[in-house]
Design a protein around this ligand. Structure first.
Ligand SMILES: C[S@@+](CC[C@H](N)C(=O)[O-])C[C@H]1O[C@@H](n2cnc3c(N)ncnc32)[C@H](O)[C@@H]1O
Length: 335
């Protein structure tokens, strides 16, 4: 039986028959009806590289982000089969949809309400290799240490004044302390984490300034920085976007910015959509974003996720963002 043959729209999409797809849609075929294997018409078209059919199905309302039983979306099918055109159509659809969704969410969000209020009100618990919240979700884990070392290297590359948002286990801050820098400001909002910082002597370090509070509330106390790293917990893309919008005021013109890139890290395609979205949105602030690819498979083993509610990382590669003002912006400023 050919692919998707029990669902005519699946079959036409798999075979790239554009006019049949259009006829079926006109006749009222359900654009979301998947076949017995759980694969939708959009996934069939993507898997077989029929970019035009992918476009038609998206226009007809096929959700770009629907997943099959294994959690794979149409973009994953296009990527796995190296169909660049279909992949690009889906990537653009994903970015556009998320831009619109973000604008809608910003409209409905109540001003001043913390996204992660319940986390900040709960207790956290430290152990040797992790920091956990009350729901057994990991706030921070030691497997990220090589990534934190790489982030520290990026933001400390020119020394100077460094800002880190989110102390967690202090891994990135310990790495930052290994560089010759002028000052090191740390923002931390959780009372237990702050207590830990005090108990472990961070307040006595000569070049360290601790700001206890949410970054949203302590922004007026900040200066300008040569390196900025952002890694909070329980916040969403919209919060990261809000922080990014302060960069023109916080980051020196030659400075480097990076953030923990854990957006949608349970699906390769969704993750890529967000990598591109952040690149686009930072671009509108005159900031370029490059991603350094770091393999992370070897950072984890079977034991790593034992006792943890949500495995927040599922990808083989970490895309470490390196962000800086584009040369045009820096030149304009120097003139
Ligand atoms: C993932 S951990 C940071 C891990 C850190 N990069 C490290 O190397 O250990 C996130 C930290 O951000 C803090 N945090 C969460 N929301 C915050 C906010 N709005 N402002 C400041 N800190 C926040 C959390 O309490 C937590 O300590």
């Amino acid at each position: 039986m050919p692919a998707g043959s029990e669902v005519p729209l699946c079959e036409a999409a798999a075979e790239g028959r554009v006019s049949d797809v259009e006829e079926l849609l006109k006749a009222g075929a359900d654009v979301c009806e998947h076949d017995s294997t759980g694969i939708s018409p959009l996934m069939h078209a993507a898997k077989n590289g029929h970019a035009l059919v992918v476009s038609r199905l998206l226009e007809a309302g096929a959700p770009w982000n629907a997943v099959d039983k294994a959690g794979r979306c149409a973009g994953d099918y296009a990527a796995d089969n190296a169909h660049q055109d279909a992949f690009d159509v889906l990537l653009n659809a994903g970015i556009t949809a998320e831009l619109i969704l973000g604008a809608v969410e910003r409209q409905s969000k109540k001003k001043g309400e913390a996204t992660n209020k319940s986390y900040l009100d709960e207790r956290v618990e430290y152990s040797e290799d992790r920091l956990m919240d009350e729901e057994s979700k990991a706030v921070m884990m030691a497997w990220e240490s090589p990534l934190m070392a790489a982030h520290a290297k990026v933001v400390c590359s020119a020394g100077g004044d460094i800002l880190n948002v989110g102390f967690g286990m202090g891994i990135v801050d310990t790495a930052i302390q290994g560089y010759e820098i002028t000052s090191h400001t740390i923002i931390e909002a959780h009372p237990d984490v702050y207590a830990r910082m005090l108990a472990t002597g961070w307040a006595e370090k000569p070049n360290v300034r601790i700001l206890f509070g949410r970054w949203q509330d302590v922004i007026p106390q900040l200066g300008t920085y040569d390196g900025i790293f952002f890694d909070t917990y329980g916040e969403y893309y919209e919060d990261l976007k809000e922080f990014n919008e302060y960069l023109p005021q916080l980051l020196k013109k030659e400075g480097r910015y990076s953030f923990f890139n854990g957006m949608c890290a349970d699906n390769g395609f969704f993750h890529l959509v967000y990598c591109e979205l952040v690149r686009l949105e930072l671009g509108s602030l005159g900031i370029t974003t490059d991603y350094i690819q770091l393999p992370v498979k070897d950072c984890m083993d079977e034991e790593t996720w034992k006792g943890i509610q949500h495995k927040y990382w599922q990808l083989d590669t970490y895309s470490l963002p390196v962000c800086q003002f584009s040369e045009d912006e820096s030149e304009e400023e120097n003139q």
